[in-house]
Design a protein around this ligand. Structure first.
Ligand SMILES: [Zn+2]
Ligand SMILES: [Zn+2]
Length: 156
């Protein structure tokens, strides 16, 4: 049987996540936007721990430390992630996922934000009309890029 994996170039998010809303996350100390692609998640190793996860934080607004440490509930190796603007510890980045986490069903996100460190807002689509869902995220970003290009042409 032919696999259609070659067509899954963008975020390889499972269909079970496509109806999850996309969250914008702000540092709760300085209100910098630290992530525009947040997803509400629970810790794989401990479903009582609520987190926000992302495939990509705002690179200009977060920094990671270099010291690896072991996760509390499993064998993943982590580094701390902090807000670059105020130093608030926001969460962590999984540098080396453990076997348990890799084999369990997960959304593939390696960046985690502590619920207590950020304020969350449901992100709207680029038109500002409705809450953006993960299943529509890539398409919406493409449309927004096109929209910006069109604007550019108009202004010349
Ligand atoms: Zn793990
Ligand atoms: Zn901050």
């Amino acid at each position: 049987m032919e696999s259609d994996d070659t067509f899954k170039k963008q975020t390889e998010i499972g269909p079970q996540y496509s109806n999850e809303p996309v969250f914008t996350l702000q540092c709760n100390q300085c209100e910098s936007t630290v992530c525009r692609r947040g997803m509400s998640a629970v810790l794989l190793a401990n479903a009582e721990v609520q987190l926000f996860s992302t495939d990509c934080p705002e690179i200009c607004d977060v920094a990671t430390t270099t010291n690896l440490f072991l996760a509390e509930n499993c064998d993943c190796w982590l580094v701390n992630m902090a807000c670059i603007n105020c130093g608030n510890c926001l969460g962590y980045n999984v540098r080396v996922p453990c076997r348990d986490c890799l084999s369990s069903s997960n959304n593939g996100h390696l960046w985690m934000f502590y619920v207590g460190a950020v304020s969350s807002y449901e992100r709207l689509n680029y038109k500002g009309e409705e809450v953006l869902l993960w299943g529509n995220l890539n398409e919406d970003e493409k449309k927004y890029e096109q929209f910006l290009k069109d604007q550019d042409i108009c202004c010349r």
